[in-house]
Each structure stands twice: as C-alpha cells, then as structure tokens.
Design a protein. Structure first.
Length: 451
C-alpha cells in the first residue's frame, strides 16, 4: 500500500532515505506530470520522467517544488544512475538558483507571489507584491487585472481595469473582467465591494450569492432548496485553484470551506460534507462552519433520495451525534511521540492519553515526517537516539519547514549534560527531558509549550 508524504521537500526525503538505507520507489507528482525515483539501500539508482531516464530524469524531477510524494516497494528496474546523490543534489541546487535569479530579474516572481496570496484572500500582502511588480512591468495586463481583483474600492477597480484595457483592449481576460465589472455596477450600492469566491465578480458586502456565475456564497435552507444554474467553467477553475492551495497547505480553511461551497453549488453533497467536516475539526471554535455543516446534514437527512443530478449519499443514522464526536476529537491536543523503543512509546502514550491528549506514534525519521504531514501535531516528543538517523537531524528538517517550524519539540534522551542540552536548544528544541523521566514532570513540561 502506498504511503503519502506531503509538506517536505524531495531533498529532505532523499537525505533520510540515504541515512536510513531505505529501499523504495517514490512516485512524484507535479500538477499533470508524474515521475519515478528508485532508491536501493539509500542510493538513487534509477529515475524516469516521460521519455527521460537516469540522471536527466532525476534532475528534472528534483527541481520541482510543491510536489505530491507516494512511497511504494522498490519496483523492478535496471540501474541507470551511478552518480552520488549529493552530487546530483548540488547540481539541482545550482540549476534552481539560476532559474530563480532569472525569474526574479523579470519580476515574474513578484507576480506569482501576489497571485498566490490573492487566491488565499491575503489581499494586503498581495497588494504589496503587485505594487512592486507594476513598478517593474507597468505594461503588463495580467498585473493590472490582479490589481483590480484584490481591491475593495470600486473606483480603484475601475481604474485598474481601464489601465489594463489601455495596454491591450483585445485581451480575453481583460474583456471578461470588464464585462463582470459592468454587470456588477448596476447592482453595487456602496463604494466598497467584496469578490465572488468563484469568479472574482465585485459584489455588495452583504451578498450571499453571485449574480454573475450563479454561485451561492453561503449555505442556507433557501440555497439548498433552490436550483439556480451555475456557470460550470468558473466552478471548474475555482475547484482547480482551491485544490492547488490545499495541496500546498492542507490546513487552509479558505480552500477547505470554498471547496465545500463548490460541491454544494454543483450538488456533490457527499464531497461537500467531507470538506465542511474537516473545517469544523480544524477550527472547532468557528460557529459558521458548525452551523453550515448542520444545515447540510439536516437537509440531506430530510432528502435521503437526493436531488436531481446528485449522487446518492449514505448518511449516518444519527448525524448530530457524529458531529459532536468529531468536534470533541478536534478539541483534543495531538502529540507525536517519535521513539524507537515500543515500551517507552507505550508508557508515554498511556500517560498522555490519561491526561486527555491524542497520541500518534513513529519509530524512525521517515515515519515521523509522514505523521507530521498527515496529522500536523500540536507538539512533538522526539528521541535523540534513533536507528540510522539521530533526532537532531529530524529536528533540523522540521525547523527548516515553513509550515511545521512552529510546532514545539521536546527532546528525549538517556544522555544528560550541558553540551547535549545546548545542542538541542541550538537546533530549535523547546525543552529537553532525560530518561528515565518522571511522568508528572513530563506533563508539566508539555503544558508549558502546548497551545
């Protein structure tokens, strides 16, 4: 069975494979492209990407960012790579630097950053990047379109679109944005507007639906009972956009909630339930997510046969009880225990469980990174002495990752002394416990650091 690892770079994964002498095949996906890396006893022996094989394929795959990684048993293959992994990684690093320098000099890096932030509704941050970009490329229509999209002021939107049209009035995207704006002007009642989650049309701040694409921006009894047709193209684009965000940031509430809304609007209620349930578990204190999920559950319970065009949905007999259980579990703090001794892991797990914590376990570095990317624990207890790869190396990888670096890590070791404690502190650990440890002291130390 395949094991997924998201949120860590291929460099990190291959370094762990090398240190732990792993034998596996990695399937690496980047959007529509897919490549294979074959590792035997920690050595990269073969790579395949479309028509490429060997070192050329490996380098092209390793250049990719934001990839999806699946791990399988090593497949049958001939060795085509004799070059040391460290030399391949150095070549990849050099190529990345060259490409990034060219990207930054053109200003396209700023535009890409702005678009990524805008798609996550980080409009203030996107505005700063776009201002810098338009100083470099004032003649770029796409830059002005996105500048219009991130604005709340209607007058500024209009000026930005006029600027884009003055550069290229025949550009398809510019014409489409002007059409949306013209349609919105007849309905806007204020100088400030929000944007549709699906098609970027300006809307009144209290709008619950988009008049342009037909999408509902909130779930209500009326929207569930209605059957307003939507423009499929905009919802396909929005689904791709939010799915891409979710792959990069699995805990993005904006992406999760909007994917739930997209599925409600397109009557895929089973998928919508999954996304809304996930939102309530990530943010149990957000009443909007809980109420939206309950509305959908109540609606489906009352319409077991489903709507026209909807796939049948198998509902639990007591959805309210399931919801309460999910919310209760989401309120538990999760602790990852990385320890090669099964006895020690069990002692720690039982102690923590009795205090109301949810515990996940890992026995080595690769399993630890897999658990972190799947579960995102609130705190990590990390043994220093692990097979093939020590805890300090794992700690440095965690602290080098933007998404996971803020998770507190308590180091566990049978060694004592000032030097060991300083080594853990310098690597980014929050605390240092010496085994054998007092369970009460362990709980006290955890409570200092867990949020």
């Amino acid at each position: 069975m395949a094991k997924k690892i998201d949120g860590f770079s291929l460099d990190n994964i291959l370094q762990i494979f090398s240190l732990e002498k792993k034998t596996q095949t990695l399937r690496v996906r980047k959007e529509e492209r897919e490549g294979l890396l074959d590792i035997d006893q920690g050595e990269l022996i073969h790579a395949q990407l479309e028509q490429l094989e060997g070192v050329a394929a490996a380098i092209e795959i390793l250049i990719w960012d934001d990839v999806q990684i699946e791990i399988f048993p090593l497949r049958p293959c001939q060795r085509t790579i004799t070059k040391a992994l460290i030399n391949i990684l150095l070549e990849v690093s050099k190529l990345k630097d060259e490409r990034n320098n060219a990207f930054d000099e053109s200003g396209e890096g700023l535009l890409a950053s702005a678009i990524e932030k805008a798609e996550q509704q980080q409009y203030k941050e996107a505005h700063a990047d776009l201002v810098q970009y338009l100083k470099i490329r004032r003649d770029n229509t796409l830059g002005w379109v996105w500048y219009s999209r991130i604005q709340g002021n209607v007058g500024t939107m209009k000026k930005a679109l006029a600027m884009a049209a003055s550069i290229n009035a025949h550009d398809g995207l510019v014409r489409e944005e002007q059409q949306k704006f013209s349609a919105a002007m007849a309905r806007l009642t204020d100088d400030v507007a929000k944007k549709c989650y699906f098609c970027w049309t300006p809307l009144n701040k209290n709008a619950t639906a988009c008049h342009y694409c037909g999408g509902n921006l909130i779930i209500s009894p009326e929207t569930l009972a209605g059957s307003v047709p939507v423009i499929a193209r905009y919802f396909e684009q929005a689904r791709e956009r939010y799915t891409r965000i979710l792959k990069k940031n699995p805990r993005s509430l904006i992406a999760i909630y909007c994917l739930g809304l997209i599925n409600v609007n397109t009557h895929n209620y089973q998928e919508a339930l999954g996304f809304l349930d996930k939102a309530t578990k990530i943010a149990p204190g957000k009443a909007i997510f809980v109420s939206q999920l309950k509305l959908l559950l109540d609606h489906l319970a009352a319409h077991k046969s489903g709507h026209e065009g909807q796939r049948a949905v198998a509902l639990p007999q007591t959805p309210e009880a399931d919801q309460v259980e999910a919310l209760s579990q989401s309120e538990q703090k999760m602790i990852l225990v990385v320890e090669d001794s099964s006895t020690t892991r069990k002692v720690i797990a039982i102690t923590l469980s009795r205090q109301g914590y949810r515990v996940v376990e890992a026995a080595d570095g690769l399993e630890a990174l897999s658990r972190i990317s799947e579960e995102r624990p609130d705190l990590i207890m990390l043994d220093v002495i692990l097979p093939k790869m020590d805890g300090y190396k794992i700690l440095s990888i965690i602290k080098g990752n933007k998404e996971f670096k803020d998770i507190p890590v308590i180091m566990l070791t049978s060694k004592d002394g000032f030097i060991n404690k300083m080594k853990g502190k310098m690597a980014g650990s929050s605390a240092y416990l010496t085994k054998p440890f007092d369970p009460d002291k362990m709980i006290t130390e955890i409570e200092k650091h867990i949020k």
